[in-house]
Design a protein. Sequence first.
Length: 142
Amino acid sequence: MKTAGDLHAVTGRPSVLFVCVHNAGRSQMAAAFLRRRAGDSIEVRSAGTTPADEIQPTVREAMAEVGIDLADQTPKVLEVEAVRAADVVITMGCGDACPVFPGTRYLDWELPDPAGRPIEEVRTIRDDIDGRVADLVAELTG
């Protein structure tokens, strides 16, 4: 059975998992920003406990405005192995419960759900997530 520390030791890079209920908004934005900022230096995943059929249209639009195309991303179901493999698990203020494993760091980013919000509000959420991701990258690659 792999632990987060084992995965980090094997890959030589930390692993981050973003979790939200539908994996169609906040967690997708966070994962996309982390991929952009960290490149291959951090393993990035996102998932949801009850994944939606597609990413929210306003989220796709807001991310396209900053040059990130989410067209190839789809909501994914949260699996225990993804949590076990992560060094850091970040829930997005949606009350999701994740399995707890020793050696894994758990954070909760309190963020409003972009679902059904106008694009102006989604942009604010997007920018908040980008700032948090920038701080995370600095911490993990420090």
